[in-house]
Design a protein around this ligand. Structure first.
Ligand SMILES: O=C(O)C(=O)C[C@H](O)[C@H](O)COP(=O)(O)O
Length: 214
């Protein structure tokens, strides 16, 4: 089953260069926001469990925005994992990894993108059968140069770096052979969300969707 889940995850993540990382404070924003992102060319999104309504937002988008591919992020516990899966998340992302999360992922049909940074963490995930990993916090942990160095000893592992990535440094990551896609919140700025400026979000998504991968 792990192989099938990995294939599914790869299909989602390789479908677009940038996965928007969303913090939804107002549930009413969930549908117009994800619609605007999909319209701009970024249907796959990560809705983070950082706000009280995040699970409801996931449920709502799954029901009302069929063109969206909804992931759940900031998953820290087995309970978070199970809740996100029940809400309908199509992939699940965690900033790091714990045994509890690995166990929850094994029990679930939903593909898991676990976080890892150091060579030892990456090797531990590889031993668990995970070869597509989140690399967070990307810029602070050493950036594209660090990630590039991991490719030589660990060529089978590919990453979705997030944290501190913007249009300024996106190309540094997307040009690496071991990067599947990047994640970032810049396509959904707080100010545009607060103003309900969905046209601006759509434009940011359109620009991000044009970023070239290697
Ligand atoms: O907590 C998680 O599970 C995350 O997903 C972390 C986020 O990916 C980054 O916080 C996004 O970073 P910025 O683009 O710099 O805002």
């Amino acid at each position: 089953m792990k192989k099938r889940k990995t294939e599914k995850l790869l299909e989602i993540l390789s479908g677009q260069p940038v996965i928007p990382v969303l913090r939804i404070d107002r549930i009413a924003d969930a549908v117009p926001l994800t619609r605007a992102l999909a319209k701009g060319g970024l249907p796959a999104v990560e809705i983070t469990l950082r706000t009280p309504d995040a699970l409801d937002a996931i449920r709502l988008v799954v029901d009302e925005v069929p063109e969206a591919i909804v992931g759940a992020g900031t998953i820290l516990t087995g309970k978070d994992f199970a809740g996100a899966a029940v809400a309908g998340a199509q992939f699940i992302v965690s900033p790091g990894t714990t045994q509890e999360l690995l166990d929850a992922a094994t029990r679930s049909e939903v593909p898991f993108l676990p976080g890892a940074v150091t060579p030892s963490e990456v090797m531990a995930m590889r031993d668990e059968g995970y070869e597509i990993l989140k690399f967070f916090p990307a810029e602070q942990a050493g950036g594209a140069a660090f990630l590039k160095s991991l490719a030589s000893p660990l060529p089978s592992v590919r990453f979705c770096p997030t944290g501190g990535i913007s249009p300024k440094n996106a190309a540094d990551y997307l040009s690496l052979p071991n990067v599947v896609c990047i994640g970032g919140s810049w396509v959904a700025p707080d100010a545009e969300l607060a103003a309900g400026n969905w046209q601006a979000v759509e434009e940011l998504a359109r620009e991000a969707a044009k970023l070239a991968r290697r």
